[in-house]
Design a protein. Structure first.
Length: 276
């Protein structure tokens, strides 16, 4: 039975990392709590945001369970489905685990994502979200993708997300020791430091899109650096669905992640200008 279950996990991970490059181009459309805004921006209409995202042909899409229930059937088979279970704000005003591995399986998903912050007084609770999710996932061999965001309280009593090398290293260590299958973290902006972090990690690391960059080119350049340092792809949010042309932005990310292009060549291949 254990061997069969092990194969199940491998099959699901293979569907997520399905591109011949073995890297992942994922898009996350799971940001509603963090923004607290349903009337403006790239996620004002979830049906439109998801349609635009899927037109860009990502390898995976991460969405909330309700979005999957109501909108995913028409896209089934076009990309791997990852259901988001973590639901938090940086200041812990909202802090709930809203989906489990069983929920993800019932929705036909290939993995459960669990987004958590680390550091601060509530870090232990969030680490337990991961360990509890991993424990249940092991019963059914569905992978857990951890989205881990370090917090800093030195400038803001409510905390803020940071991307320094030391804190990203801590986030990755939390993912390793809780037993997750894939770790998503922000890129710290230091290629040498990030390469050391990746080298120390026994599971794939993919980078988060991070804050909305001033230009798409800047976001693509960071992604290129992260890949060169050993990242196995990127799971991007607002830098795709918040772009002026979602399809072209997706194409640019695709060519960086799967075809090995640099930022400038990726923009050109997608039909975008250098100052996009």
């Amino acid at each position: 039975m254990g061997k069969i279950m092990s194969i199940g996990r491998q099959v699901r991970l293979k569907r997520i990392f399905s591109n011949p490059s073995t890297n992942l181009f994922g898009v996350a459309v799971d940001h509603f709590v963090g923004y607290g805004n349903a009337v403006s921006g790239g996620l004002a209409s979830l049906p439109k945001a998801l349609a635009a995202t899927m037109a860009g042909k990502p390898d995976s899409v991460t969405i909330q369970a309700g979005t999957a229930k109501n909108l995913w059937v028409q896209y089934a088979g076009s990309a791997a489905l990852i259901v988001q279970g973590g639901c938090f704000t940086v200041d812990d005003r909202i802090s709930e685990l809203i989906a489990t591995p069983i929920d993800a399986i019932r929705l036909g998903a290939d993995a459960l994502a669990v987004a958590i912050p680390v550091r601060g007084k509530t870090e232990g609770k969030y680490l337990k979200w991961l360990t509890d999710s991993v424990r249940e996932a092991n019963e059914y061999n569905i992978p857990i993708v951890a989205h881990i965001y370090p917090r800093d309280y030195s400038k803001n009593k409510d905390g803020e997300i940071v991307f320094t090398p030391d804190e990203i290293a801590w986030a990755v260590r939390c993912g390793i020791e809780t037993g997750v299958d894939v770790i998503k973290v922000g890129y710290p902006g230091d290629k040498k430091a990030f390469a050391q972090i990746v080298e120390s990690c026994p599971v794939p690391i993919v980078i988060a899109g991070g804050p909305k960059e001033p230009t798409l080119g800047a976001a693509l350049a960071s992604t290129r650096d992260a890949l060169d340092a050993g990242a196995k792809g990127a799971v991007v949010g607002r830098n795709v669905w918040g772009a002026k042309d979602v399809s072209k932005a997706s194409r640019a990310y695709y060519t960086v992640i799967h075809d090995g292009l640099n930022a400038q060549d990726a923009l050109k291949a997608a039909g975008l200008s250098a100052d996009e």
